[in-house]
Each structure stands twice: as structure tokens, then as C-alpha cells.
Design a binder for this molecule. Sequence first.
Ligand code: TYD
Length: 199
Amino acid sequence: MARFIVLEGGEGAGKSTQASLLAASLSAVLTREPGGTAVGEALRRLVLDNSSGHLVDRAETLLMLAARAQHVAEVIEPALARGQDVVCDRYSGSTFAYQGFGRGLPMGDLLCLDEWASGGRRPDVVILLDLAVADGRRRRPCGPRDRFEHEEDEFLERVRAGFNELAAADPVRWRVVDAATSIEDVAAAVLRAVGDVAP
Ligand code: TYD
């Protein structure tokens, strides 16, 4: 049976690099949120682009969830049904950490909305790549910053603490990996963390 594996973490934790290394090792479908479909990528541009101006927190949340609904239906469920593992760069954990702990929206509402948008599809395992906010900022490549990369450190600290709280609350599904070491060491730790997971 195929596994649905999610990588989560704050800015600059190296999720995208690790998600592609993991997907290559498992011959899994590699995808990301927000994104992963034509509609999802259009929503991603809208929600990350600074030129969208100020998005109210509820609109930001609903755009993330619209992308998720499309992504689950168009990419994730069909791949799992074909028997292929799926590696996804961010999923519901990001909504709880950023919109819940970061923006302060009520967690009960987010849980219901996420359940509805995702059709109840939950990851078999979530790997949290944990990194100090200052280290994440240092790793960020030069160039234009998206809406979330403009956030204050206090926001990113709430997101980091939120991710760790989510992991602590569900230790069977979540595994925390220290993202401060080398790409190779983190990749090995991620593979170990996924190793014994059954769907
Ligand atoms: P991404 O490129 O995945 O982040 P990074 O550059 O850190 O790897 O950008 C996606 C941004 O969207 C990221 O800042 C987190 C945010 N996000 C939410 O706020 N809520 C969500 O539900 C998701 C999926 C992402």
C-alpha cells in the first residue's frame, strides 16, 4: 500500500531539497502546497505574491484550502490509488502552524475547514524539519522575498513553536528531525524517520 508522506517546517529549513531527495529515494510522486496542480500553482502565486497587497487572514486561509482541495482530488488520491507513494512539501500542518499559531485563527475552525477541504485525507507520516528562525533566515537565498518571508521574527517563532506543539501532540504521526546539520545528514535522518511507516 502506498504512503502519504509530508515534510513540514519553517522558512529556510530545507524542505524542498529534502522532499526531492526523499521522493527520488522512494520513487515517489513529488508535489507541494500550495501548488501541485495548475489551479494550485495559480493560487500559490496569488497568495505568495507581494503585489496581492494585504490579504485578510481568512482569505489567505481559504486560498490555501482551495489549493489543497484541488491537490488532494487531482494528484494525491489518484497517486495513492495507483499504489505510488506521495511526498508532499507542506500540507495541513502548515495551515495549523501559520494560520493557527502564526495568524491566531481559531484552531477548531481550521481543523474543520481542513477536514472538509482535504476530504479527510491525512498523512501517514509528517516529518518536521526543525530549525531556529535565525538559521532559517541566514539560509534564505538572495532575491525577492514572498509575503511570508517578510513576516517578523515573532510570527516565525510562533510558527516554529506551533509546529513543535503539533508534533508533540501526535507523536505517532509526527517525527522531528534537526535541520541544522548537513543536507546529507538531514536526508539520512529523514529516510530513517520514514523507514518503518506503513500506510
Ligand atoms: P514555500 O515555498 O513552501 O516555503 P519555503 O520557501 O519556506 O519552503 O512557501 C509556501 C508558504 O506558504 C510558506 O511560507 C508557508 C505558507 N503556507 C501557509 O501559510 N499555509 C499553508 O497551509 C501552506 C500549505 C503554506
